[in-house]
Design a protein around this ligand. Structure first.
Ligand SMILES: C[S@@+](CC[C@H](N)C(=O)[O-])C[C@H]1O[C@@H](n2cnc3c(N)ncnc32)[C@H](O)[C@@H]1O
Length: 356
């Protein structure tokens, strides 16, 4: 048996089996798909032995922890390749290790590569106990690509089949799922100039990637997200678990954050928005007119100065719906800034209300 094979730890009898902490909603959807495929077409699926490899990456950061993944976790191999491609690059040159061709390398190359990498990291630490291989000094500057990578990879590990997110709700409805990409949120947060006493709320937070990114990237006081539907909220739980694991690997601590399953149209959330939130984000692109009216009513009670960013103007009716954009409101003297001061992220110049 070769050294690579010795690293294989378990022999699984089910290649499609979800990891132990898969959200319940995902588990049931996955098993439904499998049952249909096997019972209608070819009888029970044959059991194929799949070797599960344990992949470990030693931390190269101050206070970082080892990252353990299994080859049967969703997207584990591509996550490792991306980590090395996007973040660990500078470390490899310090250790005199040649990178693999990340875009083409076979998953079977990862085990031997990680063994060399981990041994080199341990040897480096022994020889230079005070040195840190990966400095994070630039991480919080404008680019912040490392935090985007971490949040994105957490989603990849948490969500084996993102298509499920686009098929669990009825037609074009308030439950329609759609994602704001992390780069766009970063732009918004930069434009808003988030401060230490800000409190951010994502109304309809989906899988929670905006909440985790805000908690990683900013020095904000608190971040919250609330999501009505089980499927995205279940993924959000797993996303949080993976996000924390990746952050620990880099010795990073996110700001306090929470993601909950629930309706934003409740007294508790209304009170929170009124008394605590200073930045409110809502991707309300597909909200039906009733929900839009409720949202407007809820936001009416926010404190003066509260910044609100939505993807569809609050006054929009079904008829007046426009393609997705980002519009900013600021509560002032018991009213929103008027229409002429609405911001559009895609228009030129800064958010107008920031200079008002
Ligand atoms: C377009 S997705 C946005 C996801 C995420 N905020 C983003 O921008 O990437 C809108 C989400 O709002 C959720 N939603 C709709 N009505 C809601 C309500 N009353 N309370 C909480 N969430 C709601 C939907 O289930 C859907 O997942």
């Amino acid at each position: 048996m070769s050294k690579v094979q010795q690293n294989f730890s378990v022999v699984s009898d089910d290649a499609d089996k979800p990891g132990p902490l898969q959200p319940a909603s995902v588990r049931s959807l996955r098993s439904t798909t499998k049952r249909n495929a096997s019972s209608e077409v070819a009888g029970p699926a044959p059991k194929i032995a799949v070797k599960v490899e344990k992949w470990t990456i030693e931390s190269v950061c101050k206070n970082g922890r080892r990252l353990d993944l299994s080859s049967n976790e969703p997207n584990a191999a591509s996550v490792i390749k991306t980590l090395f491609k996007e973040i660990h690059g500078s470390v490899l040159s310090k250790l005199n290790i040649h990178p693999l061709h990340w875009d083409e390398c076979a998953d079977s190359e990862l085990g031997p590569f990680l063994k060399t990498f981990n041994n080199s990291v341990k040897a480096f630490r022994k020889k230079n106990p005070r040195d840190v291989l990966l400095s994070k000094e630039n991480w919080r500057q404008k680019e912040a690509s490392e935090f985007r990578v971490i949040c994105d990879l957490a989603c990849q590990l948490a969500i084996p089949n993102p298509r499920v997110l686009n098929t669990h709700y009825a037609g074009f409805s308030s439950g329609t799922y759609g994602e704001t990409n992390i780069e766009t949120l970063q732009k918004i947060l930069d434009l808003l100039g988030v401060k230490e006493d800000d409190v951010f709320m994502d109304l309809g937070s989906g899988i929670g990637q905006l909440v985790t990114f805000a908690a990683a990237y900013t020095n904000i006081a608190h971040v919250r997200g609330i999501e009505l539907q089980q499927v995205p909220a279940g993924f959000a739980d797993e996303n949080v678990r993976q996000f924390k694991k990746l952050m620990r690997h880099f010795g990073e601590k996110p700001r306090p954050f929470e993601l909950k399953l629930g309706d934003f149209n409740t007294e508790e959330i209304e009170t929170f928005l009124k008394e605590k939130a200073t930045i409110i984000f809502c991707n309300n692109l597909a909200f039906d007119p009733d929900l839009m009216i409720k949202l407007r009513a809820i936001l009416q009670f926010c404190n003066n100065g509260t910044k609100i960013v939505v993807t569809q103007k609050l006054e929009t009716t079904k008829k007046g719906r426009t393609p997705r954009d980002y519009f900013g409101y600021c509560r002032q003297k018991n009213d929103y800034v008027n229409d002429s001061k609405l911001l559009s992220l895609h228009s030129k110049g800064p958010f107008p209300f920031l200079s008002s």
